[in-house]
Design a binder for this molecule. Structure first.
Ligand code: ADP
Ligand code: MG
Length: 567
């Protein structure tokens, strides 16, 4: 292995030469306490920055095994280390100067969710630590300014590494707190089924966010407090006794006046599929990890999804058992979203009337009298929601402020009253009894077919070099295909979009053969990530990009929205 001094000499030699001479810096260099690896060098100062990684041996990093042996603790520790490094890097970024991206020092920008990322990996066997970062190699115009790069590699980076990647140098308390919280969160998630719950919202939680563009907690918000009827207490492995609202399995209705906090509660449940960092306010808002937000998504493409449990006998005679369209309506898109969520193994559906197609959700009595069932292709969700639970074990939480019809089918009814939940089940059921439903019960539907076998797509193939660009939470562009994920609301991070793009690329190369079902493809991708980590998704020569692990449900959602994929 080359030494740091070798690198210093090299930098002296290439100073003031033209930019491509930077390519010679590729390689690994032993610095005091760590190895700096230059994995990919950008082609010019305006291109995507160079990719570097820092490797610290286990005995040097010296993190106690108790911090990382358990997988959930390890993910939390990796997240904590990434955030620490990012804080250091942010102060030093662009302190070295030059044209284009010169001087940039960046690692993953973590949001409020704690995710497994390629940015940082701690090997559970050896304790070895790997941290990835991007650096804009400095130039004046297109002339190498190696003195500025020297400042970064020999001045700034060692400071960042010292301050964040060695246990002895660091504020250890925060690391233990992060790992302990992760274990508490996992504990709650695992207890949910045993307690007959599909979600838990701790007392004292802060659900609303600072603004539509900030995911930080709202200041001065009304803290959450469970109604007595739904209150559950848990003894956490680390955090002591905690109480909060347990949402029972089955069908739960959230009602209340406009602006009383219904959607805010639902949104918190949606993101409760993930763990949140300390100080977020939603640390102990936990939904089963297979919770799926269902909404209308006009215009999405659908390929061979069996929506016949909701829609059949279309006037154009189209087959709804393998429904295909390039431009779905509100109701067909929402029906497809439900069935595809079932295919993805959803245990809980989360629905907000604000983002639903009305004709998919209900059909009122008067309308049923005027337009007879035979004339209506849609069996609304209200007629299927019970069977979803009774036959498939899939619970539903629905926000419905405007239709009382759901009172009849709900097991529990929660009213949001000035941001405080109240259990009004008895009251609402009493009122509902005075308005019995006269319509005949719906015909039972056979289980949907999930027999979809994706074939390779010419749009995804591209040339030898993969062109992949994350569009943040809006989607991902892979070669000639752009996948629109704007309405996949539980996508938490742009790095998840990037990982989804790599899932497509990997599947295209290794898995899509027209024989494996979509489920088998996704199973294989998940096994790969479980076994070898996210890195295994990309056979990228130019260093591993920043990726965050998507949930199984979002992998399905991505494949379902990849229009060129023939299923
Ligand atoms: P609804 O869906 O019932 O119409 P929302 O959930 O959209 O209501 O909430 C309305 C407004 O109230 C939002 O601006 C939200 O940020 C704010 N809000 C929600 N919960 C709280 C709370 N606990 N404390 C303070 N403000 C809140
Ligand atoms: Mg609302």
């Amino acid at each position: 292995m080359q030494t740091a001094n070798d690198l210093r000499d090299l930098l002296k030699r290439i100073d003031r030469r033209s930019y491509p001479a930077y390519k010679d810096t590729r390689g690994a260099y032993q610095f005091p306490g760590y190895v700096l690896s230059i994995d990919h060098v950008q082609g010019d100062p305006f291109a995507a920055p160079s990719r570097l990684s820092i490797h610290v041996q286990g005995r040097r990093a010296a993190f106690p095994r108790d911090l990382y042996q358990v997988p959930c603790r390890r993910v939390a520790l990796q997240d904590e280390l990434t955030r620490r490094f990012a804080r250091q890097a942010a102060r030093l970024s662009f302190q070295a100067k030059g044209s284009g991206q010169s001087g940039l020092i960046a690692v993953s920008r973590c949001g409020q969710e704690v995710l497994e990322r390629t940015a940082c990996r701690l090997d559970p066997a050896s304790g070895d630590l790997l941290l990835r970062l991007e650096v804009g190699f400095p130039a004046n115009g297109r002339t190498i300014n190696a003195r500025e790069l020297e400042k970064i590699l020999f001045g700034f980076l060692p400071r960042c590494v010292q301050a964040s990647l060695f246990y002895r140098e660091a504020d250890a308390e925060g690391m233990w707190a992060a790992a302990d919280l992760a274990e508490d969160q996992l504990y709650i998630r695992e207890q949910l089924p045993r307690l007959g719950l599909c979600a838990f919202v701790a007392d004292g939680s802060i659900l609303p966010r600072a603004s539509g563009v900030s995911d930080l907690p709202m200041e001065g918000a009304v803290p959450f407090r469970s109604p007595a009827e739904l209150s559950v207490a848990l003894d956490l492995p680390h955090g002591g006794r905690i109480s909060g609202m347990g949402i029972p399995k089955g069908v739960t209705l959230i009602v209340g006046g406009g602006y009383h906090g219904k959607s805010t509660l639902l949104k918190a449940l949606e993101m409760g599929a993930y763990d949140h960092v300390r100080g977020d306010g939603r640390e102990h808002v936990i939904a089963g990890e297979a919770a799926v937000k269902i909404r209308a998504e006009d215009g999405r493409g659908i390929r061979r999804t069996d929506i016949s449990m909701f829609i059949r006998d279309l006037p154009n005679g189209k087959d709804t058992a393998a429904f295909t369209t390039e431009d779905a309506s509100g109701s067909t898109s929402q029906a497809a979203n439900v069935v595809e969520a079932m295919e993805a193994g959803a245990s809980l559906l989360l629905i907000d009337e604000d983002t639903s197609a009305t004709n998919f959700m209900v059909r009122d009595e008067l309308m049923q009298r005027v337009i007879h069932r035979d004339m209506e292709p849609i069996t609304p969700f209200i007629d299927r929601v019970r069977a979803l639970y009774d036959d498939y074990g899939i619970s539903t939480v629905i926000v419905a402020g405007s239709s009382g019809a759901y009172f009849h089918v709900a097991d529990h009814i929660i009213q949001m009253d000035r941001y405080a939940p109240r259990d009004i089940t008895a009251l609402a059921k009493g009122e509902a009894a005075a308005f019995p439903l006269r319509s005949a019960p719906p015909e039972p539907a056979p289980p949907p077919s999930f027999d979809r076998r994706p074939r390779p797509s010419p749009e995804l193939r591209g040339s030898e070099r993969v062109k992949l660009k994350s569009l943040g939470r809006d989607g991902v562009a892979v070669n000639r295909e752009t996948v629109d994920l704007r309405y996949v609301e539980q996508l938490a991070d742009g790095e998840q979009s990037a990982a989804l793009g790599w899932c497509l690329v990997y599947a295209q190369r290794h898995l899509l053969d027209g024989r494996r079902t979509l489920r088998e493809v996704v199973d294989a991708l998940e096994r790969l990530m479980d076994r070898e980590g996210l890195d295994a998704l990309c056979e990228s020569r130019g260093g591993i990009p920043f990726l965050a692990r998507p949930r199984r449900q979002e992998i399905f959602a991505c494949f379902d929205r990849c229009r060129s994929l023939k299923l």
